[in-house]
Design a binder for this molecule. Sequence first.
Ligand SMILES: Cc1cc2nc3c(=O)[nH]c(=O)nc-3n(C[C@H](O)[C@H](O)[C@H](O)COP(=O)(O)OP(=O)(O)OC[C@H]3O[C@@H](n4cnc5c(N)ncnc54)[C@H](O)[C@@H]3O)c2cc1C
Length: 382
Amino acid sequence: MQSNANRNVAVIGGGIGGLTTALAFAQQGAAVTVYEKAPALTEVGAGLQITPNGMRALYALGLEKALSVTGVRAAAVIPTDAVTGHEITRFDLSSQSPAYRFFHRAALIDLLARACAAAGVTVQLNAKIADVQVDGSFLAAGKRLRPDLTIGADGLHSTVRSVINKPTTPFFTGQVAWRALVKTTDADPVARIWMAPGRHVVTYPLSGGRLNIVAVQQRSQWADEGWNHPDDPGNLRHVFADCHWSLKSILADVEKVNLWGLFRHPVAQRWQMGTLAILGDAAHPTLPFLAQGANLAIEDAYVLAQSCNAHETLNTGLRIYQQARRDRVIRAIKVANANARNYHYAGVKRKVAHGGLRAMGAVAPKAFLNRLSWLYDFDVSA
Ligand SMILES: Cc1cc2nc3c(=O)[nH]c(=O)nc-3n(C[C@H](O)[C@H](O)[C@H](O)COP(=O)(O)OP(=O)(O)OC[C@H]3O[C@@H](n4cnc5c(N)ncnc54)[C@H](O)[C@@H]3O)c2cc1C
């Protein structure tokens, strides 16, 4: 029986998925190197919601204490009519265990990087991996390396994905997102979903008196070549100019904002081949409307390490990893896609949808969480 203890593992990509993977393998005794093309381990963008399912996997990696001092514990999700400013309902999260938390991305990356260092992971920065081959070998700083296992945690434009699968170009989802941070004195630890026809804004607080803002608009085209670019905050405010003053007063404080075209691929057919595997956005990029991209990457990381450690051969471990993950991920992505419609309804559909939410909150306040219990209550370590 081979276990991870005797393995030499390369992780391509030092994002949330890659660092969690490195930690999980290193804790099982593997010699792990993370290759990150950027000059530092950091994250573009501001906040991240980590839901109980993702937290459970991170707890299983021994991070409970660090997480509880780094993130803000969420009390509720509040769907709000962005035009009238009325709260439609309030879904209580305070009984969630582990807690649902809001993190600054850089703080979560830092926490993972520290845990990796303590577990003996080597991180190589400015290390853009090229020419990945089907035998699992790749070029790093001009040298060809062939570890026992090569894991692509290399995001939307994954090179490992296109070695295992037929290469595809990411498609524009018809949605753009502005991301910004503003100072706040309102410490109410809730995620507010401000819904308007064809648009929505999600706001939630982060530690240090900051409010995270993600504002989304449906668009037919994304003309820019890059995935994101700095935008004039006036453009963001213009899109929500017909909304309630309570939302507009938040957007009025935005001084710096980036605009992103939201792109994705279909879920990859194959997540492994020989000594290669993929996870996170490399395998299944999703719209952010269920806040699951990073959570699913964290779950993948845990399952991949466990599966490779527990099975007779690497081949079986990798096959079972894909089997264990694919259907769950597809289900989560479907719900995220449906939320794009639900949040953006106009006219009669909007009235009906808001009425339905209001009734659910009044008659069966637990129904929201019950409907997501397959997602949030899942224990990857069980
Ligand atoms: C607006 C928005 C809000 C979101 N909110 C949430 C949320 O609240 N909760 C949630 O769970 N998810 C959220 N997500 C999704 C989440 O950000 C992603 O799903 C998650 O970051 C994916 O992590 P990853 O590690 O798989 O990939 P990435 O974060 O993309 O990391 C990939 C890494 O690989 C590196 N890399 C790429 N190619 C190479 C190479 N050839 N060599 C070396 N390094 C390489 C990159 O530099 C990068 O560091 C949101 C996304 C968006 C756009």
